[in-house]
Design a binder for this molecule. Sequence first.
Ligand SMILES: CC(C)(COP(=O)(O)OP(=O)(O)OC[C@H]1O[C@@H](n2cnc3c(N)ncnc32)[C@H](O)[C@@H]1OP(=O)(O)O)[C@@H](O)C(=O)NCCC(=O)NCCSC(=O)/C=C/CCCCCCCCCCCCC(=O)O
Length: 719
Amino acid sequence: MAQFTRVSRSVGLITLQNPPVNALSAVARQGIVDAVKRALSDPKVKSVVICGQNGIFCGGADIKEFGTNITGPPLVPMIHAIEASNKPVVAAIEGSAFGGGLELALGCHYRVAHSKAKLGLTEVTLGLLPAAGGTQRLPRLIGVPAALNLITTGRHVTAAEALQLGIVDQVTDHNAVDEAVKFALSVAGKSLDARRISTYPCPCPSDVDALFEEVMQKVRQSARGAIAPIACVQAVRAAATLPYSQGMEREQELMATLFTSGQARALQYCFFAQRAVGRWSMPSGARWDTSKPRSIHKAAVIGLGTMGRGIAVALAQTGLSVVAVETQEKQFMEAKKMVSGMMERGAKRHGTAPPLDKITYSQNIQAVADVDLVIEAVFEDMALKEKVFQQLSTICKQGTFLCTNTSALDVDHLASQTRNPELVVGMHFFAPAHVMKLLEVVYGPRSSPQAVATAMQLGKKMGKVSVAVGNCRGFVGNRMLKPYLEQALFLLEEGATPELVDGALEEFGFALGVFKMSDLSGLDVGWKVRKGDGLVEPGLASGPSARIRQGRRYSPLGDLLCEQGRFGQKTGQGWYRYDKPGSRVPRYDPWLHSFLEEYRTQHGIVARRIDQQEVLERCLYALINEGFRILEDGIAAGPEDIDIIYVFGYSWPRHRGGPMFYASMVGLAKVLERLEHYHQAHPDVPYMQPCNLLRRLVASGSPPVHKWKEAIKKLRSQL
Ligand SMILES: CC(C)(COP(=O)(O)OP(=O)(O)OC[C@H]1O[C@@H](n2cnc3c(N)ncnc32)[C@H](O)[C@@H]1OP(=O)(O)O)[C@@H](O)C(=O)NCCC(=O)NCCSC(=O)/C=C/CCCCCCCCCCCCC(=O)O
């Protein structure tokens, strides 16, 4: 797992060999310990280089070991032994040096990096802190403010930034190992007294207390309840205020708390889930590894509203030639300007040239005749989309993939409007499409595996986390949102306020509570959908029957707000009031509170006290219950798919691992018991009726989340 060779006569070259990312597993650590001993005891070796095989230095500690009984030599003494060596040790950093990988490099006396390498103390993203000395060495090397920034965010820095910060000593465009060997030859025999980072004093600003107070406040705000960033600040504070050995003790103490926390488990689950969703499968048996995608060189976007513009930008930024079609004159002119502006701003942020020449605009749909793939993003109206798909089917060259960006409509129905339904899939982007990472790739019963593979691959190229899901109303994300929104409205009827509901959800970790989110996305969107579903009945009489529609409990609260022209931020009023239309800061609205009181009186509802616990249970368990139905229906292949959709598309707090993981942490039996309780109290709310799959999982002993797929398969085979 670590190979030792002697090169250039006197340089001991230690190569980590643990594919795919040279993670520091027990065997790899043992390999390093043995190789270092050998290098130090070999009199012919005057200096040492540590590198990783296959162009990657080291992806850090082996995350797979974390849930197990860890054996093998621990990292901290291993790194200390390297630092204490009396022969110079140079890290040759290619590819990535993350987490424990960078900590290993910080234990070396010198660091040479390839210009394309990325470095970072990423542990915080896994619910941990850099506990192999990273929180103590990095501030000593680059100062407290810069170290705090890197350690609390886990962000990756380029080799150039690492050089500027002082993390690496040299950056090269050539072979980093060869350069490191040359470097090692040049420093052989030189004193190492000034090269052991643990012996450095920690450079500190004069008012350490004020600095840490300010940072802690900021970190608490952005952490949304995550504990690791806070522990990171505490550990760096120890570096700034304590001698190294005591700082190390503090680092270990803080790590011990994080290591066994539910948050660390959730974040590590997310890490693997994000990768697992790439290994998609369809109920037909088609899979990621047996379905070959087709290369896409030229794509088209139809409809340049908010979504279409974002999609066009995202495609162009990927390097594809894009035909952007908008038939309405006013929208066409406005979109051209907006798209260019979006690309220019993006390019400025990345220090690149805007890919303006990648997009050609047209007002004629015939312009898409020669593209490889079309993404339809016209208004969310089935009749309009049907027409577009009929046209595309005749205009496009043979074999063009036809995708729809619908957020809820029937993909299979659209496929039926075309000559080749196997070429049709949904590509459901999230607004703003050039920023949001999530893409739901929706397959209908007739979508070919190649169409799915192509959309998945295109999503990946666009930098999206793509999840393949089946076709149903709202797919996965929006389907689960419906019971969540519904519960929030019922809670208002029963006595809660938007502030109470949002407060509970934000404390749970959502960036925005449900009412703030509705104000942001526009209340009229859902109103239009409900009208289409025949649920909106303006001016209906009061009394309980007014709140039963299509045989189930219904809250017209949202409709009533829309009837008043209160569409949220864009009109300056919604569930909150805003200083002016378009303002973003929600404020308490006395009108809304009187309106709720009047509404309750009119409908004979006596307001009761509702606590945060009830808000969370009703909103979240209703959503989770629908997640189980989605699994039962085979719309999502596994809980990971649902969780990744929620973490990347709906701001579900990552440190809670996604709704299905959260359910497993709460305990399936508890979730079932609470759903049963609420369903008894609200028998006219079908979403609260516990799903069969949940009952069966509980009956089979509530297996851990990673075993659900297997359990579902087994349960299906018993039916
Ligand atoms: C950028 C990457 C490295 C590579 O990206 P890419 O090329 O795109 O490839 P991927 O698809 O991401 O990955 C390929 C497969 O490799 C798997 N993988 C990746 N990284 C790891 C890893 N570090 N460990 C295991 N496996 C890994 C990945 O899952 C893929 O496989 P699959 O598809 O899932 O099958 C990118 O992969 C990346 O970013 N990786 C993560 C980098 C990272 O964040 N590293 C930090 C790891 S944490 C760390 O290093 C911590 C160090 C501190 C010291 C730890 C000490 C531990 C013990 C202390 C115990 C003390 C508490 C005691 C408690 C008590 O007292 O009881």
